[in-house]
Design a protein around this ligand. Structure first.
Ligand code: GLU
Length: 277
């Protein structure tokens, strides 16, 4: 495994890369004193397209970035994610869940519930299926993390990670603001959270650079690292690139895709200047 700081850029090929991605990729590239890795996060087979993957390689090479071949593709690693999920199930920190979004909203509107809380993955799950054992897993269920059981098992009420400064989250804050997140999505066998944790460790990533929009998700990753006995890398959550109206760029804003900007005559140096690098 490479020495020095190992970073990665891990896009999902669900659309064309935009200025925000260029910024993120360049931050990761420049922070790597060891290796800069590219990883294709294509577990969502319904939304990922080969032409977007091809465009990722083309756009990043045009920006002047280079990375070792072959690149890791998450779609090729489903058995590895399944093994991690089995390990977590054996620890007793997962349960199957059949709740629809409607079921969750209905449960949260019950009089004894307070105001619904929006976590990094949507509404914090009210725990309806929490007492279901893994033996009751049926087709169409998702698998959730039992966050309470996870903290009980760790015997620790605090999570930590290091960004520009140290960050700490208490068990109570996790349970209230994040809760029992989905680890294996319907028909997918995994989730962003589980795959990213397993792969960052498998690739020896020592510094995870990504947008501030994923800051709260990092707590889920730190908890999974502790449960799976994997090292917690350092993190750098960078500022987000916004449009003139202050809105965060999204893949659907095609006019701002790197491809479009390139076709309009922009150079890699122009892209750097546009994102303030
Ligand atoms: N595939 C994720 C995305 O495109 C990567 C997030 C991460 O860097 O962890 O948002």
């Amino acid at each position: 495994m490479a020495g020095g700081t190992v970073t990665r850029f891990a896009p999902s090929p669900t659309g064309l890369l935009h200025l925000g991605h260029a910024f993120s990729a360049m931050i990761a590239h420049q922070a790597a004193s060891g290796q800069f890795l590219l990883r294709i996060e294509d577990i969502d087979r319904d939304r990922c397209r080969p032409e977007f993957e091809a465009a990722i390689f083309e756009d990043l090479a045009w920006l002047g970035l280079d990375w070792p071949q072959p690149v890791m593709r998450q779609s090729a690693r489903l058995p590895v994610y399944q093994a991690a999920l089995d390990y977590l199930a054996d620890l007793g920190v997962t349960y199957p869940c059949s709740c629809t979004r409607g079921d969750i909203k209905a449960a949260l509107s019950a009089p004894q519930e307070g105001a619904p809380i929006l976590g990094p993955d949507g509404l914090v799950y009210p725990g309806t299926c929490r007492r279901r054992g893994m033996k009751t897993l049926r087709d169409g269920d998702v698998i959730r993390l039992d966050a309470e059981a996870a903290f009980d098992l760790l015997g620790d009420n605090m999570l930590h990670f290091q960004d520009a400064k140290p960050h700490v989250l208490t068990r109570d804050a996790f349970l209230a603001g994040i809760g029992d997140v989905v680890l294996a999505r319907r028909g997918m066998g995994t989730s962003y959270h589980l795959s990213v944790v397993v792969d960052d460790a498998a690739q020896g990533v020592t510094l995870v650079t990504r947008g501030l929009d994923l800051f709260d998700s990092t707590w889920i990753h730190v908890l999974l690292q502790r449960l799976l006995d994997l090292p917690t890398p350092k993190y750098h959550h960078h500022r987000l690139i916004r449009d003139e109206a202050g809105k965060r760029l999204a893949k659907r804003d095609d006019a701002r895709s790197l491809r479009e900007l390139r076709e309009q005559g922009a150079s890699p140096a122009d892209i750097r200047a546009l994102v303030g690098l």
